[in-house]
Design a protein around this ligand. Sequence first.
Ligand SMILES: [Zn+2]
Length: 253
Amino acid sequence: MLLHHAAWPEVDAYLKQCKGIIIPIGSTEQHGPNGLIGTDALCPEIIATEAGDESGFLVGPTFNVGIAQHHLGFAGSMTLRPSTMIAALNDWIESLTRHGFDRIYFLNGHGGNIATIGAAFAEYYASYSLDAAACPVQLKQRNWWELPGVMDLSRELFPVGEGMHATASEVSVTYYAYPGAIKSVEMSPKIAPVGSFTDAADYRRTFPDGRIGSDPSQATPEKGQRLVDTAKRALISELTGFFGTKPSALAAE
Ligand SMILES: [Zn+2]
């Protein structure tokens, strides 16, 4: 069930069965010459939505602009400052906990968000710790590509040119969900360079077409579907443990 497609009495009823919610979280940033700018927000959204449809677990709105200052040298990329993101995430968390949600699972699609999501969680827990109060809420972040089975499948599908940014796997996931947005582009060089970066100007200089280490021209919808199926199964199993509710309890509703 999607929170934004539910009416409030349905959310009330859900909370009597389960106090957990999934929040897809990502970024709006360039993904090379053939990757969608929304890739990092779309991948967790696609996986969470399919898992929510199958299990009945509630999926909230996608937090779709993250930490992408280093991508601002490419048209269309957007960023939050880390301080803005920490504040915004705490407002999202407190809005949900006010209604009784006590397990909030962030399914992340962007490596650049990891540290700031962690800092946002520390900010939230600090208010309890400083008051010497026990926090009844548990927050969790998980990168979709680290769900059990996903990396093994990526290695099998793309033994060469998976890469670190604008990866063949993530582009495949978006091509599966949005076949109308597929772009056919010749990659030059075939596999992008690897290395480190600091700000947007440095990134653009080091990685001229935006990719890092990848050849996303290998991406196909069929491969994306296999990745989504694997990630979805692993996600439902992980949520069942974290939320402490079996999907069958929700299906019986
Ligand atoms: Zn990405």
